[in-house]
Design a protein. Structure first.
Ligand code: OSB
Ligand code: MG
Length: 370
């Protein structure tokens, strides 16, 4: 395919409620939506950055710069892009900036699937017709609020409860939830808030029978996680530390984790996500799809990769209504009572863009023509 035009929209959307992690409390989201045009079709990609560099180093500003100055010119320099994997190879010359790359690559994946008149799920080689869903619950002020959130999530049918933790709001809250709700599928996400000095805390957590503890140590660490994993029985799941297949290979080789959270944006796109999935499958390391509080466009991409076989643990891709008053896709992402999202059957990402809703939350538009 030859890309004729790329549109970069900057969006600002308010969450239905504030979301607190160990690194920030957020009430709204600034991010980018990419439109890639070719022969009357449009492919959509989401750049899962935030306004601030607290989860990763990328922001709306850095991603816009990399997209405008490097990625768009690179895409336009190609007369034909036979497959999205090809653009992944071309982008590899540019170091990191994975969320920026992933946004453009994601739009090309959608476009590729639409051109072939197949679903994005078929394009990535996924087989499932529905995917199992979990929920990520932010840090709550009080135990009462936490209990209410957990109860509500169980009532809605979510198949995994992930609790965000930080020092001072960790083992007591996890223990309280375990005692009140019994043997529910429960895990914790620390977003790098701890060090090896906290090893005794993690040993104590072993008694809570958590499904896993996500990213307990530094965002760029693989070595110390191996030390921690050897000292505890709870599986460690890496999120922030894994940016590529190479990172995944190193982490698995060193025994730094027993599970990997794959986020398309963090690893630079769907092509790399598939490579990590395949490698983990070969090594018997289960994976699940993480979330970045995406709009429906990012959610649709997440649904597609979660249909791959080794995504055996429920992901964080919850329904649109959990986050947004009004999502930018139609229909919105919904979940059935058993906590499954049914994979859409329409070509490409499988959802239409709600143009009016999209225009309403667009704060800036840049158009690049080839
Ligand atoms: O660490 O998985 C994370 C949200 C923003 C940044 C990082 C993370 C998260 C979540 C929420 O856990 C997942 C979601 O509901 O999309
Ligand atoms: Mg995480």
């Amino acid at each position: 395919m030859r890309i004729e035009k790329i549109v970069v929209r900057k969006l600002k959307m308010d969450y239905r409620f504030p979301f607190e992690t160990s690194f920030a409390r957020t009430t709204d989201r600034e991010f980018l939506i990419i439109e890639a045009y070719s022969e009357g079709l449009v492919g959509y990609g989401e750049c899962v950055v935030s306004a601030d560099p607290y989860y990763s180093e990328e922001t709306v500003g850095t991603a816009s710069h990399i997209i405008e100055e490097f990625l768009v010119p690179l895409v336009f320099s190609k007369d034909q892009i036979p497959h999205p994997d090809d653009i992944n190879k071309d982008f590899s010359r540019i170091r990191r900036n994975n969320m920026a790359k992933s946004a453009i690559e994601g739009a090309l994946w959608d476009l590729y699937a639409k051109k072939k008149n197949i679903t994005l799920t078929e394009a990535v080689g996924g087989k499932k017709s529905k995917i199992e869903v979990g929920v990520s619950i932010g840090i709550q002020e009080s135990l009462e609020e936490l209990f209410a959130q957990v109860q509500d999530s169980l009532d809605k049918g979510f198949n995994k409860i992930k609790m965000k933790i930080k020092p001072g709001k960790d083992i007591e809250m996890l223990r309280a939830v375990r005692e009140k709700f019994g043997d529910i599928p429960l895990m914790a996400d620390a977003n790098s808030a701890y060090t090896l000095d906290d090893i005794d805390l993690f040993k104590e957590m072993d008694s809570l029978n958590l499904m896993m503890i996500e990213q307990p140590l530094a965002h760029d660490d693989i070595i110390k996680h191996a030390t921690l994993q050897k000292a505890i029985t709870t599986p460690i799941c890496l999120d922030e530390s894994i940016h590529s297949l190479e990172d995944a290979q190193n982490a698995i080789e060193l025994g730094s984790c027993k599970i990997i959270n794959i986020k398309i944006g963090r690893v630079g796109g769907i092509s790399e996500a598939i490579k990590i999935h395949d490698y983990c499958k070969e090594k018997n390391i289960p994976v699940w799809c993480g979330g970045m509080l995406e709009s429906g466009v990012g959610r649709a991409h997440n649904i597609a990769i979660t249909t791959l076989e080794n995504f055996t643990i429920p992901g964080d891709t919850a329904p649109s209504s959990r986050y947004w008053h009004k999502d930018i896709i139609t229909p919105e992402v919904v979940m059935d009572e058993e906590g499954y999202i049914h994979v859409p059957e329409q070509a490409g990402i499988g959802f239409d863009i709600d143009q009016e809703a999209l225009d309403k939350v667009t704060v800036d538009i840049k158009t690049y023509t080839n």
